[in-house]
Design a protein around this ligand. Structure first.
Ligand code: SF4
Length: 246
């Protein structure tokens, strides 16, 4: 068996749960979140700037895999799905944590934008790759994305998820689906009013706008006959608003 290092420090922005997963292919599942610090992107609609911007680095804890897993077990003594989020969690050495959790019956999902692939992706139970559409103002490197999509192991469910804010994002999502036939695809409406980076930020989401955009996207998918895609709301925003740690 490959031995992943459990000693390397992992930058953790927040660790919380169990809560209900509000996004992607495991939406609705109870999960503990490990949100890592640091990201190679700066998306216009980012709702986790406190885990992205270097000026928040001082609030990120450097933790070993054992320490993180100890916190996960404290939050959920029974095995549960652990969601590795960020920031971009692919920037962190998470292989040891996954190995340790698997030894105790925990399962692991990651959400990453598809810019960096790591050998330990093959140990994941769910690999959700969320390439960023034009409204993010980020450019997709398709070769890097190819590598990420191909990096799951024999027991990894690989999923694609694209946030859609407008027609250009929708066209991008169709392009992604065409490039990776056979990979389950999820569309998710975006939040026009994401929270700022401050912990006490009181920004409220435009729930009515989110529901209208969901109706627009659902109608568009049906009218297009795009029948093998799943259209999701941002469930956690509808239920919890922009609150952190839920
Ligand atoms: S990839 Fe994710 S965490 Fe990074 S800036 Fe974009 S939305 Fe934020």
């Amino acid at each position: 068996m490959r031995t992943a290092s459990r000693e390397q420090a992992i930058a953790v922005s927040e660790l919380f749960g169990p809560v209900i997963q509000g996004e992607g292919g495991v939406i609705g599942r109870p999960t503990v979140f490990v949100r890592t610090g640091g990201c190679d992107y700066r998306c216009s609609f980012c709702d986790s700037l406190f885990a992205v911007l270097p000026e928040h680095r001082g609030s990120w804890r450097k933790m070993a895999a054992e320490e993180i897993f100890g916190e996960v077990r404290r939050l959920s003594p029974k095995p549960i799905l652990v969601t590795l989020s960020g920031g971009n969690p692919a920037l962190q050495p998470l292989g040891g944590l996954i190995q340790l959790g698997h030894e105790h019956g925990y399962t692991f999902a990651i959400e990453t934008q598809g810019t960096v692939s790591k050998p330990w992706f093959a140990e994941l139970d769910y690999l959700t790759i969320s390439p960023k559409p034009p409204s993010s103002n980020m450019e997709t490197d398709w070769e890097k994305l190819d590598r990420c999509v191909g990096s799951g192991g024999p027991h990894t469910d690989v999923l694609l998820k694209v946030v859609v804010m407008n027609d250009a994002d929708y066209a991008y999502a169709r392009n992604v689906a065409t490039r990776y036939p056979g990979v389950p695809m999820y569309l998710q409406v975006g939040n026009d009013n994401p929270p700022g980076a401050a912990p006490d930020d009181a920004t409220e989401p435009d729930v009515g706008g989110l529901l209208n955009r969901y109706a627009w996207l659902a109608e568009k998918v049906v009218a297009d006959g795009w029948n093998d895609v799943t259209v999701l709301p941002q469930l956690h925003v509808l239920v919890y608003g922009n609150r952190r740690g839920v």
